[in-house]
Design a protein around this ligand. Structure first.
Ligand code: NZQ
Ligand code: ZN
Length: 395
C-alpha cells in the first residue's frame, strides 16, 4: 500500500428536504453576503432557487443569484461571474445545480478572493492559489462528484482547452444532497451521470501496478461499481426511484472524493482524452467517457491483464479462469452496459464529426501538452497513442 493523505472536510447533508437547511449551513460556515451561481434555468423552473433564497433570507443573509452557466462551463462565463461577485462583495459562494454550476462556483470563489491575479494563470497553477472563499453546494445531478472533490473543470473556448484544477480549496464547506432534486433531470443526463460515476472509480482502479496492493480500497471500488451498475439499471428506467437515485448520488460523491483510490495511483487518461472532445464538440462529459473507454481499454489492457481480469470477475461476476479471456469479457460487459444505457460508444453515435488525420492530431494536442507530455500510468500514452485511441473510436 502506498502512503496517502485524505482530507475530505465537506459536511454532507443528505436526504429529503435538506435544501431547507441551506440558510443555517451558510451561517455555520460564516457566510453573510452570498453569491449564488446556477446553470441554464432548471433550478428556476423547479422552484429550487426560490426555496434556497427564501431560506437564506430567513436567516437575514444577503444574497444575489446569477445564472447562465452552460454545460462544459467556460472561462469567459466564470470571469463574468467573478466580476459580479466582486462588485457584490461576496464572502461566500453557493452553487445550486450540476457539476457545471458547482465548478463555476468554485472558480468564482477563487477569482473573488484573488481579484488582482490573472485568473487563467491561477487555474493552470502558473500562479499558486493561496486563498479562496468558502463554497457550499446544493447538488441537482449525480455524476461528477464535485460536491466533495478537490477539482473543478473549465473550458477556455478561445484555445479549445478544457482543463481541471485540483486544489484543497475546491473542497466545498458543505454539500446538500437531496436525491429528489434529481427527478427533473433529462434521461440522457441521468445516464451520462452513471457513466461518470463509474469512470471516477475505474480511472483509479485501473492504474499501473505500482498502485496496486490496497485490498480495502480495491474492494470499496468494486463495491461502488457494483452498486452503481445495479442502481443505474433501475434509474435508467425510473429516475423517480428514491432508493436508486440515492445510491447514485452517494456513489457519485464517494467515487470522486478520493476514497476509491486511496493508497494507489490514478490513470485519468479517458478523462483527459474526453475533455478534448468536449472542448471541440461540446460533447457531454459522460458521453465523452462512454465513447472512449472501451477503445482505451482495448489499447492498454495487455499491460495489466490480471487487473482487468479481477475487475471482470469481481464487478461483472464473469466466471473465467484464463486472465486474458476474463479481461476481454470484462471490457465487453462494460461497453455493453454503456450501450444498454443508450450511451454512445463511438464518435458517430455522439455526433462527433472527425474527418481528417489532422483533426485526430489536433484532438490529441491538449491532453498531451502538444506532444510534450504523456497521459496515464497503465501505459504512458504519448500523442501518437492518443491519436490511435481517437482513431479506434472514430467510426
Ligand atoms: O444548466 P441547467 O439548466 O441547470 O441544466 C442542466 C444541464 O443542462 C441539467 N440539469 C442539472 N440538474 C438538473 C438539470 N435539469 C433538470 N433537473 C435537474 N435536477 O443537466 C445538464 C447538465 O448539467 P451539468 O452541470 O453540465 O452536468 P454534470 O453534473 O454532469 O457536470 C458536468 C461538468 O462537470 C465536469 C465535467 O467535465 C463537466 O464540465 N466535471 C467535474 C468534476 C469535478 N469538479 O470534480 C469531475 C468530473 O470528472 C467532470 O470533469
Ligand atoms: Zn468525470
Amino acid at each position: 500500500m502506498l502512503s496517502f493523505e485524505q482530507h475530505t472536510p465537506t459536511k454532507v447533508v443528505f436526504g429529503k428536504d435538506t435544501e431547507m437547511q441551506v440558510g443555517k449551513l451558510v451561517k455555520e460556515f460564516g457566510g453573510t453576503r452570498v453569491f449564488i451561481v446556477y446553470g441554464g434555468g432548471s433550478v428556476v423552473r423547479s422552484g429550487l432557487l426560490d426555496r434556497v433564497v427564501k431560506q437564506l433570507e430567513a436567516e437575514d443573509i444577503i444574497c444575489r443569484a446569477s445564472g447562465g452557466v452552460k454545460p462544459n462551463p467556460t472561462l469567459a462565463k466564470a470571469k463574468e461571474l467573478i466580476a459580479e461577485s466582486i462588485a457584490f462583495g461576496a464572502d461566500f459562494i453557493l452553487a445550486v445545480g450540476g457539476g457545471s454550476a458547482i465548478d463555476t462556483g468554485k472558480a468564482v470563489a477563487h477569482g473573488t478572493a484573488n481579484p488582482d491575479k490573472d485568473f487563467w494563470e491561477l487555474w493552470l497553477k502558473k500562479i499558486p492559489l493561496t486563498k479562496s472563499l468558502p463554497i457550499g453546494c446544493v447538488l441537482t445531478l449525480s455524476a461528477t462528484g464535485t460536491e466533495m472533490s478537490n477539482s473543478a473543470v473549465l473550458t477556455n473556448e478561445e484555445i479549445h482547452s478544457k482543463k481541471g484544477l485540483s486544489t484543497p480549496f475546491n473542497r466545498p464547506a458543505f454539500s446538500i444532497m437531496n436525491p429528489e432534486l434529481t427527478y427533473t433531470l433529462p434521461d440522457y443526463q441521468v445516464r451520462c451521470g452513471i457513466v461518470d460515476i463509474m469512470m471516477h472509480t475505474m480511472d483509479r482502479y485501473f492504474c499501473g501496478s505500482a498502485g496496486w496492493g490496497n485490498e480495502l480500497t480495491d474492494q470499496i471500488a468494486e463495491s461502488v461499481l457494483r452498486v452503481t451498475i445495479a442502481a443505474g439499471r433501475v434509474a435508467a428506467k425510473n429516475k423517480c426511484d428514491y432508493d436508486a437515485m440515492s445510491e447514485l448520488m452517494w456513489a457519485g460523491s464517494l467515487s470522486h472524493n478520493g476514497l476509491t483510490g486511496l493508497g494507489g495511483i490514478r490513470d485519468f487518461s479517458t478523462h483527459g482524452l474526453g475533455h478534448s472532445l468536449s472542448a471541440w464538440f461540446d460533447t457531454a462529459h459522460g458521453a465523452s467517457l462512454s465513447v472512449l473507454w472501451g477503445w482505451f481499454a482495448e489499447y492498454v489492457w495487455r499491460e495489466i491483464p490480471s487487473r482487468f481480469a479481477r475487475y471482470a470477475r469481481n464487478v461483472w461476476g464473469i466466471v473465467e479462469e484464463d486472465d486474458e479471456k476474463a479481461a476481454l469479457a470484462g471490457i465487453k460487459a462494460t461497453v455493453d452496459y454503456f450501450k444498454e444505457l443508450e450511451m454512445p460508444t463511438c464518435f458517430s453515435e455522439a455526433d462527433i464529426p472527425v474527418q481528417s488525420e489532422e483533426m485526430l492530431a489536433t484532438l490529441a494536442d491538449a491532453p498531451t501538452a502538444n506532444g510534450t507530455g504523456t497521459l496515464g500510468s497503465i501505459k504512458k500514452l504519448t500523442k501518437a497513442d492518443a491519436i490511435e485511441i481517437y482513431r479506434m473510436a472514430n467510426h
